[in-house]
Design a protein around this ligand. Structure first.
Ligand code: HEC
Ligand code: HEC
Ligand code: HEC
Ligand code: HEC
Ligand code: HEC
Ligand code: HEC
Ligand code: HEC
Ligand code: HEC
Length: 452
């Protein structure tokens, strides 16, 4: 009897493993990209953001052309591109190097053109591309994994197509090399400046621009950048004030995730693990190009202290929400609002997501007001406070912490009101009031179901 149980369990396990792999493989084989490729169908412009998966050559021009011929015809067709290319190092390489024509990146056959991905650049810039791709070992967030991150999450695949397309404007940093040194100048000097980063590193959850420009470093940059010689590599002695790339791509290393301790700031971490001590030492080395090491280490400890304060506030709010969830006092509750369409678990077992590990990142729509308040406290106020502290913007830290305090006070008040509402309903009805299908159908939900 016993032995048969072991047998059956073993057989099921052995079957489940290949079945799991087959399921993932099948999911990834749809017209989109990533784990939810069957749910999310890309817009045509996606061909340019993720060319390996989606680009198909134009068929309107026939023939194979030499580099000079591409330039000659395109001088009339796309003069801006040709001008930029002419001003680039590719058109004017150093001594002994051959001109890098359009065809080196796009191919020679006009009916089989390609849009260059890192692989194409790697033919001549292997070192940088290897660094860039190797960043994957640090996991999320990182440039190398940005594309998967945006399309692999189910609550993103659930959103209307146009919204997901907008994400990829920035998250395509993973799939092509023209994000920081833009086409067709491909200028290293451009990439060294903060403007190269803040096209993407701005906005409420990641205000790297605001925090940097408000810091002593950013102010000095704004005052003196015209005098700086931007042709110099990002190395000790070449720069008076650090830029984003100076700190995050130190010595030109094409990896931005190598030193990160607090990552995006979404969850509390222990900054004193042995791995994080190594990362912190790497940070101190960067500061050490211009500052005293012990002083720099102390500045960075200030960041850890700020995070501890922020998390004390966040956990207070989180605990209030968890308590309301346990007592079924969220209005509307998880069962009363539309589940994420592609989320099978959510369809069977509706569940309010509170806290990072619970899927808090998706708690920004289809949620009750108090959950949205916590989402904003966690995602906007706390992440902004984090960036202010990381980038030495003291006034920003003060401002965002007073926002955290205000948000916590608001949540405490609302939680009190919800408890009162629950008690009143219980007294009058003997149970929680039933809203029927009030929240389950709506324009957004319907549009979403039909158009993704
Ligand atoms: C005789 C003129 C001519 C020559 C020569 C020529 N092109 Fe083009 N190219 C065009 C035209 C016209 C278009 C626009 C086609 C369209 O939009 O259907 C184009 C479009 C392109 C595009 C954009 C494709 C897209 O999907 O956005 C690229 C890239 C390109 N050409 C590269 C090259 C390269 C590389 C060469 C040399 C190997 C070359 N071209 C030679 C006329 C030319
Ligand atoms: C060093 C590599 C490289 C060279 C050389 C190069 N390109 Fe490009 N080109 C790119 C990259 C990268 C993109 C953006 C790809 C994407 O969006 O997926 C691009 C995009 C394009 C596009 C479509 C997008 C747009 O901006 O309109 C055209 C057209 C184009 N290139 C034409 C040319 C022509 C013409 C030349 C030669 C004068 C040339 N390219 C030389 C790398 C190169
Ligand atoms: C066929 C070889 C080749 C390919 C393919 C190529 N490059 Fe280059 N690249 C060069 C050469 C040569 C130089 C000039 C180096 C020198 O003069 O020492 C250069 C220089 C550069 C520079 C430095 C410019 C500066 O301001 O100093 C950047 C950035 C760059 N390439 C990016 C790219 C990117 C991104 C791609 C892919 C889209 C790419 N390259 C594809 C050969 C290539
Ligand atoms: C085209 C948009 C784009 C540009 C330009 C860009 N980034 Fe990013 N960056 C991203 C995205 C998107 C992520 C998050 C990726 C993910 O989802 O994992 C990211 C992540 C990062 C991270 C890692 C964050 C972490 O928490 O570990 C750092 C650091 C970073 N970028 C610095 C820079 C710097 C410095 C520059 C300019 C030299 C720059 N980025 C330019 C889009 C961009
Ligand atoms: C303006 C550019 C921009 C847009 C648009 C954008 N992102 Fe991001 N995203 C970033 C940057 C920059 C980061 C890195 C934040 C950091 O570490 O400070 C990031 C981080 C992330 C992360 C966290 C990475 C992780 O692994 O924890 C996810 C997930 C993400 N973005 C998804 C999306 C989705 C989905 C959308 C569209 C709804 C979107 N992003 C739109 C720039 C952008
Ligand atoms: C996050 C911004 C960013 C991205 C993305 C990026 N680069 Fe760079 N790149 C830079 C910066 C900053 C420099 C200047 C480095 C320095 O001063 O030492 C640079 C310089 C270069 C150079 C000039 C020579 C050298 O090696 O320093 C080459 C070549 C280059 N990058 C290739 C690439 C390739 C290929 C990719 C795609 C895999 C890529 N870059 C993606 C920021 C970026
Ligand atoms: C003086 C160096 C310095 C400068 C300049 C700087 N940063 Fe940072 N940045 C840091 C430090 C330190 C952290 C916190 C790192 C940690 O412990 O996680 C950080 C955090 C970040 C993060 C979160 C992910 C991570 O790696 O920790 C992003 C994204 C980021 N910075 C982007 C930028 C951008 C974009 C700019 C320019 C507008 C910039 N930074 C300017 C030092 C710098
Ligand atoms: C390339 C040189 C350079 C690097 C690298 C650099 N700094 Fe600075 N830092 C400066 C300069 C210059 C100032 C003074 C700016 C001013 O006020 O004119 C400064 C000012 C500061 C201040 C403000 C001090 C005050 O008295 O107001 C802090 C804090 C700071 N840096 C922290 C750091 C940290 C932490 C790092 C490393 C993550 C770092 N810096 C990396 C050049 C640098």
């Amino acid at each position: 009897m016993r032995r048969r149980y072991i047998w059956v369990t073993l057989a099921i396990t052995l079957l489940a493993i290949p079945a799991g792999y087959a399921y993932v493989y099948w999911n990834k084989s749809g017209p989109g990209a990533g784990l939810y490729s069957r749910e999310w169908k890309p817009e045509p412009v996606q061909a340019y953001w993720d060319p390996d998966h989606f680009y198909k050559s134009v068929q309107t021009v026939q023939g194979e052309f030499k580099g000079e011929e591409c330039v000659a015809c395109h001088t009339a067709i796309t003069p801006g591109i040709v001008n930029d290319w002419r001003a680039s190092r590719h058109a004017n390489p150093g001594q002994g190097r051959e001109t890098v024509y359009c065809s080196a990146c796009h191919g020679t056959n006009h009916q089989a053109l390609h849009m260059p991905t890192p692989k194409v650049c790697a033919q001549c810039h292997e070192h940088r591309v290897t660094q860039f791709l190797d960043e994957k070992r640090y996991g999320f967030p990182s440039h190398a994994l940005a594309m998967e991150r945006a399309v692999d999450a189910k609550h993103f695949a659930d959103k209307p197509k146009a919204e997901v397309a907008a994400c990829l404007l920035c998250h395509s940093v993973a799939t092509k090399c023209d994000s920081c040194h833009t086409r067709h100048r491909f200028s290293a000097a451009e990439a060294r400046r903060p403007e190269a980063c803040v096209t993407c590193h701005s906005g409420p959850p990641h205000p790297d621009d605001d925090s940097y420009f408000a810091s002593a470093h950013g102010k000095k940059y704004l005052a003196e950048s015209a005098k700086q010689d931007w042709s110099k590599p990002l190395a000790k002695g070449n720069y008076a004030t650090p830029t984003c790339a100076y700190c995050h791509l130190h010595n030109g290393n094409h990896q931005v995730a190598d030193k990160t301790i607090w990552k995006f700031g979404l969850q509390e971490v222990n900054p004193n693990t042995s791995g994080n001590e190594v990362r912190r030492a790497a940070w101190v080395k960067v500061c050490g190009d211009c500052h005293d090491a012990a002083w720099s280490a102390e500045q960075l400890k200030g960041l850890d202290r700020e995070r501890k304060q922020a998390w004390t506030k966040l956990y207070k709010a989180e605990n209030l929400l968890k308590d309301l969830r346990a007592k079924d006092l969220l209005y509307p509750g998880a069962k009363e609002r539309p589940p994420y369409p592609v989320d099978m678990m959510e369809n069977f077992f509706p569940h309010a997501r509170i806290g990072y590990l619970d899927g808090q990142s998706s708690a920004f729509y289809n949620v009750s007001p108090i959950e949205r308040d916590y989402f904003e406290m966690w995602y906007f106020a706390s992440l902004s406070a984090y960036k202010s502290a990381a980038h030495n913007d003291d006034a920003g830290v003060k401002r965002w912490h007073s926002d955290l305090d205000r948000a916590l006070a608001g949540i405490e008040t609302k939680a009190g009101a919800l408890r009162t509402q629950g008690a009143v309903e219980k007294k009058m009805l003997g149970r929680r009031a039933d809203p029927g299908r009030l929240w389950l159908d709506g324009e957004y939900t319907r549009h979403n179901r039909e158009h993704n």
